[in-house]
Design a protein around this ligand. Structure first.
Ligand SMILES: [Fe+2]
Length: 311
């Protein structure tokens, strides 16, 4: 099996470059505008399957928890936003089964600012806003556990929107060493809402330790706070203390890795072990969505596509 070309960035992130040979075969994938209801001829994509499986192997090593895979290394092979979305969908299918992300059953969700007035605080979902902050895992509004999150960059905005990655294990080690009371509380159950999926609630801890002794997180503070309000079970002072400690650790520069994703970059992460977020961003004033009829070739809105994968 061919090895992938990769380089460690730090103790949990590895950067992977797609070689020209694979790029030349990927540009021939037929572009389809709605990946949610399409079928590909996966038999013709054996080379890509081998590449994805090699990437997955990297994530089975003890250290690496997230890969940043670049499909934009050679300008000769132009991967436009339609093709990048299709590549993301196909890579996801090679890794496992895609999880529905909303009540419409969509498994391939596009992340972009739907309107400058939208805010998570007023009930919008994170992926529909331009807001930053709230370092989180994605596995919060679905109660069952899934494994991989993919976030692919289709277009960059005008300013901001840095991607933030935090190694859950680093945070866990700091909790264990210095903040034992907060750690104890985070391992107890909290209420969660299934925002965007259903009106029901469930309860689960923020921090759990898996069979391999690794820390697994479930965290997005605004969703948890609104669940406690709607359930009329306000967070008590101890719970608030534990959340404040966790936020402080997640926002500490020594725990964060930041990068600016370019169109054609794809992040493949173990969702429960890598917390992520972004800084706030702004699109160009006259920018267009990737779905619009963009005859004037206006700049595109910052756009990511996201999949959740169960293995
Ligand atoms: Fe997210």
């Amino acid at each position: 099996m061919n090895q992938i070309k990769s380089k460690n960035i730090n103790n949990f992130i590895c950067k992977v470059t797609v070689n020209n040979n694979l790029l030349s075969s990927l540009v021939n994938i037929q572009r389809k505008s709605n990946p949610n209801d399409q079928k590909y001829d996966l038999l013709n994509l054996e080379k890509f399957k081998e590449f994805v499986k090699n990437c997955e192997k990297k994530l089975k090593s003890k250290k690496t928890k997230v890969l940043i895979i670049s499909f934009n290394s050679n300008k000769k092979y132009k991967i436009d936003h339609l093709l990048m979305r299709n590549i993301t969908e196909i890579a996801s299918c090679f890794l496992g089964n895609l999880v529905s992300q909303n009540k419409h059953g969509e498994k391939n969700v596009v992340v972009y600012d739907r309107g400058r007035n939208l805010s998570i605080k007023n009930g919008a979902r994170y992926h529909q806003t331009r807001e930053g902050g709230s370092i989180h895992t994605d596995n919060v509004n679905v109660s069952s556990r899934w494994k991989y999150m993919i976030l692919s960059c289709l277009a960059e905005g005008q300013v901001g929107g840095e991607t933030i990655l935090v190694n859950g294990n680093d945070v866990y080690n700091q909790l264990k060493k210095n903040y034992k009371e907060a750690k104890r509380i985070l391992q107890k159950k909290f209420f969660w809402e299934k925002r965007g999926v259903s009106k029901s609630f469930y309860s689960a801890p923020i921090l759990q330790i898996n069979k391999k002794g690794e820390a697994e997180f479930r965290y997005l503070r605004p969703y948890l706070e609104s669940a406690h309000i709607k359930k009329k079970k306000p967070l008590n002072s101890k719970q608030l203390y534990a959340l404040d400690v966790l936020d402080a650790l997640l926002e500490s520069s020594k725990n964060q890795y930041r990068c600016h994703l370019k169109a054609g970059d794809l992040i493949l992460a173990l969702d429960s072990q890598v917390l992520h977020g972004r800084t706030s961003f702004s699109d160009f004033y006259h920018s267009k969505s990737v779905f619009s009829n963009n005859k004037k070739k206006s700049p595109l809105k910052r756009t990511m596509v996201r999949t959740w994968i169960k293995t």
